[in-house]
Ligand binder design. Structure first.
Ligand SMILES: Nc1nc2c(ncn2[C@@H]2O[C@H](COP(=O)(O)OP(=O)(O)OP(=O)(O)O)[C@@H](O)[C@H]2O)c(=O)[nH]1
Ligand SMILES: [Mg+2]
Length: 318
């Protein structure tokens, strides 16, 4: 905590100082990081699918009360990168360690990924400035006693501030974990207004929602070769005076065959993707939405830095 920050601390009452901090959620792909972010927020902010490598960016979700503000940072799953998009995802994930006051290291208790876990432990051993919590997730899928050796194993490798078994899906242990996070916070300022849920623009959540539906519906390489960019986003008035949010989004694929798969026979699949996404977007924004989707090919965009910059989302690539 810097001197300047200390001066901005808000006194909540005579004996209570406002507490705040950045809490990064890291782990291997598919361990439940985004599910946990959503569980903390009590609403869906980050997309979730059963497929690994769903999240591609840092996604900040903010929890504010009278006494504290926690900025949770969801990150892409860590892996051995094979192409540029993946190496940007890894960079993005480890980048979230830099500013973290607390790190939540999430491990899937039902499906271990030891090589990546060891790599993360290695990084955490060098990240001395942040507090660390080991979170074993998906305990709804395993017998609790089988967790004990896992905690033992990790505690021998790193001195965690806390260790906890949870189920992000059923919320079992999530409030306990939130309590642990709060108890590790330091005095600090309120970084964001109290009613702000995230610092990302609405168009990011719109494109992510479309991408989620594509990831859920398509198979093999298609989910990984797809990116979505919102091109137009404007409030319009229909002839009957009704307000509607008009959204035009482009779905990028790498190959003509992938484009055909996403469009589907007689445009059936893209229609279904559009319907599912529209209903989620309407719920998220609490507005009536008209969503128009176009599918186009941008060959090898995942491997091409320039193309990645244009359509890869929020990466800052140099
Ligand atoms: N049974 C069970 N499933 C869970 C739990 N938490 C998450 N899942 C499921 O695990 C899958 C992956 O969840 P995500 O939240 O997308 O995982 P992630 O770590 O964000 O994955 P990436 O973004 O790909 O790195 C989804 O099918 C979730 O429903 C849990 O506590 N129990
Ligand atoms: Mg995720």
């Amino acid at each position: 905590m810097s001197e300047t920050n200390m001066h901005q601390d808000t006194i909540v009452s005579e004996d209570q100082v406002f507490m705040s901090g950045f809490v990064s959620i890291i782990g291997a792909p598919n361990v439940g990081k985004s599910t946990l972010l959503n569980a903390f927020l009590g609403q869906k902010l980050a997309i979730v699918t059963p497929k690994p490598q769903t999240t591609r960016n840092q996604i900040r979700g903010i929890v504010t009360t009278d006494t504290h503000q926690i900025v949770f940072v969801d990150t892409p799953g860590l892996m051995e990168p094979k192409y540029r998009l993946q190496s940007e995802m890894v960079r993005t994930a480890y980048g979230a360690l830099r500013d973290a006051d607390i790190v939540l290291f999430i491990v899937d208790g039902a499906n271990r990924n030891v090589p990546i876990e060891n790599q993360i432990l290695n990084r955490l051993q060098k990240t001395q400035s942040s507090k660390k919590i080991l979170v074993i997730n998906k305990v709804d899928l395993v017998d609790k006693p089988t967790m004990l050796p896992i905690f033992d194993e990790f505690s021998r490798q790193l001195d965690f501030d806390e260790m906890i078994p949870i189920s992000a899906k059923t919320r079992d242990g999530v409030d306990l974990l939130l309590g642990q996070v709060k108890s590790l916070l330091s005095p600090g300022p309120q970084f964001f207004p109290e009613d702000q849920l995230s610092d990302l623009p609405e168009r990011f959540f719109i494109s992510e929602t479309v991408r989620e539906k594509i990831m859920l519906i398509t198979k093999r390489e298609v989910p990984y070769s797809t990116a979505v960019v919102v091109e137009e986003f404007e409030q319009r008035q229909k002839r009957n005076g009704e307000e509607i949010l008009y959204i035009r989004a482009i779905v990028y694929t790498e190959k003509q065959t992938q484009k055909q798969i996403i469009i589907g026979k007689a445009g059936k699949l893209i229609k279904r993707i559009g319907e599912l996404a529209r209903s989620d977007i309407e719920r998220f924004l609490d507005k009536k939405v008209f969503l128009e989707l176009y599918v186009t090919v941008k060959s090898d965009w995942r491997r091409d830095v320039r193309k990645l910059k244009d359509i890869g989302g929020l990466f800052e690539i140099d």
